[in-house]
Ligand binder design. Structure first.
Ligand code: CP3
Length: 341
């Protein structure tokens, strides 16, 4: 029997809402920090399947969330496409050579960098109970391209946005290459045991409307179409962070099975504006989880009430912050577990 998270993704409107949190495995957990220190770094942790599976399971053991997410990173795709990848403490990720000054064709793909991740998926799957859903994930092509082009994260993604205007054909080739690898990568995760997958488009919010259609909607639609051909029953969650008023078009045109909403979206607007019956996920402000208290409870209830009439998975609007107190996560779980439609 599939668990409540998977059933919700398939369109059931359950009286009790399933819950998981983006970035639920990570630095706010002391057991994560201990294992990361023991393995000597983030990538070493990701490529040790036993340790990475343990990290995926840590938040399940501690909190009993309805879903576990594979422990890996969206930047494993550029790593497999031949860029070097480093996670520098306090500085975020660095990729080289950066595609702003190196042609995509000069990269030598290293597909073996994907296979170890499937081992993690299989190990997590073997440990989960039948009611707990295993989520795979990848970055969406636009967000991945912003890192591949600039070689690092940025506030406004100007390098990639400028390249897309200056040389749309070269930029299209980068996007198409990412689409191809991502389809294989997600397919591999599904074959290894992932029951649903999420596409993270963390930087979808900085694009002008026509660019959004070309670099967010079109490539995500291509991924969904290809995945559906191979795995027709596996739900795909799209999370176009910052998409705002473009969400209804994204929902209609990508073919995703569910939409992740960020915290800037008014849940009442989304409940009315998105296609009826489409499952939604979100969208409590992660900073409320940092702050805790009565306001956390009040706003969690507001999210739950707003989505009472459609399938809804409770989540944050973005990843959980590293300084979030564990007691506040427990408080939120209590609120969501006690609520009935
Ligand atoms: O629990 C989970 O959600 C599963 C694992 C996961 C990680 N990253 C682990 C991670 C997932 C789903 C991601 C997605 C990811 N990675 C995104 C999309 C979602 C988002 O947050 O917008 C992005 C943009 C990245 C790229 C990335 N990875 C950055 C910018 C950084 C450094 C900044 C930061 O938050 O530390 C990472 C590193 C990273 N990925 C960490 C974790 C737990 C921290 C690494 C550490 O332990 O030092």
């Amino acid at each position: 029997m599939p668990g409540p998270l998977l059933n919700t993704l398939r369109g059931e409107n359950l009286a009790q809402r399933p819950i998981w949190l983006m970035r639920q495995a990570g630095r706010y957990l002391p057991e994560y920090r201990a294992l990361r220190a023991e393995k000597g770094g983030f990538l070493a942790l990701v490529y040790d399947a036993a340790a990475a599976a343990e990290v995926s399971l840590q938040p399940i053991r501690r909190f009993g969330f309805d879903g576990a997410i594979l422990f890996s990173d969206i930047l494993i795709v550029p790593y497999a496409m031949g860029q070097d990848l480093q996670f520098l403490i306090g500085e975020g990720p660095a990729l080289s050579p950066r595609l702003v000054d190196t042609a995509l064709s000069s990269l030598q793909a290293i597909p073996e960098r994907l296979a170890p991740i499937y081992k993690t998926v299989a190990r997590v799957k073997a440990e989960l109970g039948p009611q707990q859903t295993l989520l795979g994930f990848a970055g969406s092509p636009w967000t991945i391209a912003t890192y591949m082009v600039a070689g690092e994260g940025s506030r406004d993604q100007h390098e990639a946005r400028a390249m897309a205007y200056r040389d749309p054909l070269a930029f299209q080739a980068i996007i198409d290459a990412i689409v191809g690898v991502t389809v294989d990568y997600l397919s591999g995760q599904i074959d290894a045991g992932a029951e649903a997958v999420q596409l993270f488009d963390s930087w979808a919010g900085t694009l002008a409307p026509a660019e959004f259609a070309r670099w967010v909607i079109a490539p995500n639609a291509a991924i969904v179409t290809a995945l559906k051909a191979r795995h027709p029953t596996v739900p795909v969650i799209g999370f176009p962070k910052g998409a705002g008023e473009k969400l209804p078009a994204y929902a209609r045109e990508t073919g995703v099975d569910a939409i992740g909403l960020d915290e800037t979206i008014d849940p009442l607007w989304a409940a009315a504006a998105l296609p009826p019956g489409l499952p939604v996920q979100g969208n409590l402000d992660p900073l409320l989880l940092l702050a805790g208290g009565a306001e956390l409870e009040r706003q969690a209830h507001a999210v739950l009430e707003a989505f009472a009439d459609r399938p809804h998975i409770f989540n944050l609007g973005h990843g959980i912050g590293q300084f979030t107190p564990i007691a506040h996560v427990e408080q939120l779980l209590g609120v969501v577990r006690d609520w009935r439609k």
